[in-house]
Write a protein that binds this ligand. Structure first.
Ligand code: R5P
Length: 293
């Protein structure tokens, strides 16, 4: 039997995964001690079971509960332990930018690998970070459910806020058969920097700007503002992982965004796009493969 246990950062997603794969959802007791230490207890017996721990790690303090759940499954005799971490914290520090820094994504990869035999995540900040895991890691893409939602919203084009986000945008645009482009910064004068689509004319178009993360909202709010200046009729702000820190939502609204959308890798009132089917499919493939071994 495959038992799914959910951390506090992914309850709805874990439930959806259970429904899709017809797995039972385990019950977990959580406590925080007065000194701030976390406590978890999986209430179902896990001995000789295949356990899948689902926990999103935003805010980053949720990493500890992920590790405790993986550890609880392993220490109580689970036959296999897998980690589903839809949003992996610490992934943006993926190299030593300045001497003396830590390589946080490698550390997280190593710690998860101490307890789990396999890890599923969604739109890791850089795909290359997968190489830092010593266990198989499946960096799944949210492009399919995002494309379906953008099709429903009848967008005419999909834009990346910068060239780094272009491959995702290209894949989404291809799925729905619309144009794509990325925004490019050009210096108009010593004081003025203009940001506009490299080639595409967005005049009168319904445009979606898609990025992996909306954190403080600065990047995508600037993109929204510029696209409206270029004549777009409406601009949708879309992220795989919507963190919406500080004044992010106000910034986006002030910029004139038509709608804010994100996936459920990080639950929020804006996570209307679900990655459950994508994760469920990948999990089913791997569970079937390992049961045949
Ligand atoms: C950057 O590398 C990421 O892809 C996002 O563009 C960035 O994290 C967005 O941050 P913010 O919302 O704070 O502008």
């Amino acid at each position: 039997m495959t038992l799914v246990v959910a951390g506090d950062g992914a309850q709805a997603l874990a439930k959806a995964l259970c429904e899709a794969g017809r797995h039972p959802l385990g019950h977990v007791e959580f406590k925080t001690f007065p000194d701030g230490e976390e406590y978890v207890r999986i209430l179902e017996p896990v001995k000789d079971e295949d356990v899948v721990v689902v926990q999103s790690t935003f805010p980053a303090s949720r990493v500890m509960k992920l590790l405790l759940l993986l550890n609880a499954a392993k220490e109580n005799g689970a036959r296999s332990v897998r980690a589903v971490v839809p949003y992996l914290a610490y992934a943006r520090q993926d190299r030593i930018f300045q001497p003396g820094e830590s390589l946080s994504v490698k550390l997280i990869a190593q710690i998860i690998g101490l307890h789990a035999s396999e890890c599923f995540t969604v739109d890791l900040h850089k795909d290359e970070s997968c190489q830092l895991f010593k266990i198989p890691v499946h960096n799944l893409s949210a492009e399919e459910p995002i494309a379906a939602e953008l099709k429903r919203l009848r967008v005419d084009s999909v834009l990346a806020p910068d060239s780094g986000a272009l491959p995702r945008v290209q894949a989404i645009a291809r799925r729905i058969g619309v144009a794509h482009d990325h925004l490019e910064k050009t210096r108009v004068s010593s004081e003025v920097v203009q940001m506009k689509p490299k080639q595409l004319d967005v005049k009168g178009q319904r445009v979606a700007v898609v990025d992996d993360i909306i954190s403080t909202g600065g990047t995508i709010a600037t993109a929204v503002e510029e696209l409206l200046k270029q004549g777009a009729s409406s601009v949708f702000a879309v992220a795989v992982h919507g963190l919406f820190l500080g004044a992010a939502l106000e910034k986006l609204k002030r910029a004139g965004v038509a709608e804010i959308l994100s996936t459920d890798t990080v639950p929020s009132p804006y996570s209307r796009i679900s990655v459950a089917s994508v994760i469920a499919r990948a999990m089913a493939e791997r569970l079937t493969a390992s049961s045949m071994r």
